[in-house]
Ligand binder design. Structure first.
Ligand code: AMP
Ligand code: ZN
Length: 116
């Protein structure tokens, strides 16, 4: 197992757990860019969204349900938040195990201002 997020899912590398069930794990990002910065990963390894076979796509709906649960639990369902999944090199994906960033707790910068 040479994947850092597989190791976190297996508990080999520690993480600050926010939520866990048999399919997914949510934990705090090591280098937060917002007051709330949570990562949600499937326990099964998929490199990114394009690597999820169609018949396993329900994991994405499950991840979104978990995001909603965490949002309600932590109260940022009311104040707003951002969900990001970086995909591949141009998308800026550094860890090649599917993960969703959830950012909340402040007014997030408008990414439309970035250079095209
Ligand atoms: P990405 O650039 O979308 O691949 O995001 C990878 C994210 O994983 C970054 O925000 C890192 O800060 C985060 N990260 C890397 N290693 C760890 C770790 N051991 N525990 C928590 N977050 C991590
Ligand atoms: Zn992995």
């Amino acid at each position: 197992m040479n994947c850092i997020f597989c190791k976190i899912a297996a508990g080999v590398i520690p993480s600050t757990k926010v939520y866990e069930d048999d399919k997914v794990l949510a934990f705090n990002d090591l280098n937060p860019v917002a007051p709330v910065h949570i990562l949600i990963i499937p326990k099964e390894h998929f490199a990114s969204i394009v690597d999820i076979p169609e018949e396993k796509m329900e994991i994405v709906a499950h991840i979104h349900n978990v995001i909603n649960k965490i949002a309600v639990e932590q109260g940022f369902d009311k104040t707003g938040f951002r969900v990001i999944t970086n995909c591949g090199d141009d998308g800026g994906q550094e860890v090649k195990h599917l993960h969703y960033h959830v950012l909340a707790g402040k007014k997030l910068p408008n990414y439309e201002a970035q250079d095209k």
